[in-house]
Design a protein around this ligand. Structure first.
Ligand code: BG6
Length: 489
């Protein structure tokens, strides 16, 4: 609630010269400033290893805004005013004395400091220690943590322990940028702001749930990180599981950090942990080969990488949630790079009608489907059966037609925010609702680690798939053997 928010007047951005900062953080902060949402006297201090004077950093930021802001949002006067908030201090996180210089640059932080930390996993511990040593972890400091926060349960615990030695959980803001997306939050509005879904939102009403995050991009200069992570850890452990939780959770009593995160955590703890024997039947991995995406010829993963690798760039998983509500309902999850189209989508397939009165008159029924398209378009679509117009002399013709709610069209006047705009503002104002709690993360890793252990135990290697396709053909078999077809239209 706005009344309980406590804005801070200083923001410290680690990785300020990096890709995320240029593409997302600086444009997001500008977006907030442009709309008068940042506290008037708030300063933004950038830090990274690169040695920059304040002016050089401002120039760097101006170039990032020029490059990544849409044309209609570039307002010269507002950009200049925004850049005045910026300053910079170079820092090598392995050098304790550099934190003292950082603290001097920040000045008095007693009125509050929000830190956005994205760093290599190996630098987490020294960075946290450095901040603490320089007095930058006091009771009025909040810390936002960007992934990767470890690569398995053990390493994530190490990082979380290192942070917890200095910051209590209520000042730690773990970022999953999917939670900042408007349509993702719309899942909450759809489920808990309407009465008609809830009675059928369970194993009695729902046949299966599919979640797809398909990307057309490849490695994107991130070989160092991505090849060590792979699709499961890069996308499923965090973003896709968060979507699973929002679809599957029990109704929270209130819209607040405890109520919502308690319910999500319960879903994560109810995820079926696969045994090594179950893994080959319930997961498919792939790696993109050469092909064509959007009419352009592209190289395969190994060519892009320039060395051999068994990292998966595609994964499809059949999982289940072992609780009362979801007993027997498969959740099919998949994500991949260099796929046919860019699309993030949740498809809920309802159970068929118990008896078709149209069968004797030739009418065929499809079970209802609810499609929640997160991107690139934002819409919610309910596929329902309708009768085709006509006198039906040769039988009744029924057809699936969409009931459409286009969020783009319905809210055409309002600007679509970058996910980081909301998350940075929530960090500055101290609202943890859309940030991930430690127990959520640990339950996510427990599920993921079991799958990876199964891959090792069964010596599973990713199957090659053509760039521009929907992944290896075995991923089709994963659903088809249950009589289910991936929602690919
Ligand atoms: C990031 C992953 O978390 O999410 C990237 O590291 C991926 O590999 C990105 O491309 C996708 O985000 P979005 O918002 O474009 O769907």
């Amino acid at each position: 609630m706005p009344g309980t928010r406590q804005p801070l007047d200083k923001l410290l951005l680690f990785g300020a010269t990096g890709d995320l900062s240029q593409r997302m953080l600086l444009p997001s902060l500008y977006g907030l400033d442009e709309d008068g949402l940042l506290p008037d006297d708030m300063t933004i201090t950038g830090t990274a290893r690169t040695v920059f004077e304040d002016d050089a950093f401002r120039k760097f930021a101006r170039e990032a805004l020029e490059k990544y802001l849409p044309e209609e949002r570039k307002d010269k006067a507002k950009i200049t005013a925004f850049l005045k908030r910026l300053n910079y201090q170079a820092l090598d996180a392995t050098k304790a004395d550099h934190f003292k210089d950082l603290s001097d640059e920040l000045g008095d932080t007693s009125k509050g400091l929000a830190i956005f930390l994205s760093t290599a996993p190996s630098l987490f511990e020294p960075t946290i220690k450095g901040l603490d040593g320089a007095g930058l972890a006091h009771g009025n400091v909040r810390i936002g943590l960007e992934k990767p926060l470890g690569s398995d349960l053990a390493s994530s615990r190490e990082i979380n322990d290192a942070v917890a030695r200095v910051f209590p959980e209520d000042r730690i803001f773990r970022i999953d940028h999917y939670l900042g997306k408007e349509t993702v939050q719309n899942i909450l509005a759809l489920r808990f702001g309407n009465s008609f879904f809830e009675p059928v939102w369970n194993a009695q009403g729902i046949d299966n749930v599919q979640i797809t995050i398909a990307e057309t991009v490849g490695l994107e200069d991130r070989a160092g990180y991505y090849d060590g992570a792979g699709a499961l850890r890069d996308m499923v452990t965090n973003h896709i599981l968060q979507l699973v939780a929002l679809v599957a959770m029990e109704p929270p009593a209130r819209y607040d950090k405890d109520s919502i995160r308690d319910e999500k955590a319960k879903v994560f703890r109810s995820l079926h942990i696969m045994t090594p024997e179950e893994v080959p039947h319930n997961t498919v991995t792939g790696q993109y080969g050469p092909g064509a995406v959007g009419g352009e010829i592209v190289k395969g993963y190994l060519d892009e990488l320039g060395k051999p690798s068994t990292t998966e760039t595609f994964v499809a998983i059949k999982t289940r949630i072992d609780n009362w509500r979801w007993q027997g309902v498969p959740f099919y999850l998949r994500t991949g790079k260099r796929m046919a189209v860019r699309r993030s989508e949740i498809a809920i397939q309802f159970k068929p009608v118990p008896h078709s009165m149209f069968a004797g008159r030739g009418g065929l029924l499809q079970p209802n489907k609810l499609i929640i398209r997160l991107q690139p378009e934002e819409y919610i679509q309910m596929l329902v059966m309708a009768k085709e117009p006509g006198l039906d002399r040769d039988g009744i013709h029924l057809r699936e037609v969409p009931l459409n709610l286009s969020l783009d069209a319905e809210f055409a006047g309002s600007r679509r925010r970058i996910a980081y705009e909301r998350l940075l503002l929530d960090l500055i104002e101290g609202d943890q609702t859309l940030f991930v709690r430690r127990d959520e993360v640990e339950a996510q890793w427990t599920w993921t680690d079991a799958i990876r252990a199964g891959w090792v135990a069964n010596d599973m290697k990713p199957k090659s798939y053509a760039s521009g396709s929907w992944g290896p053909s075995t991923s089709i078999a994963l659903t088809e053997r249950d009589g289910v077809t991936w929602q690919d239209d």
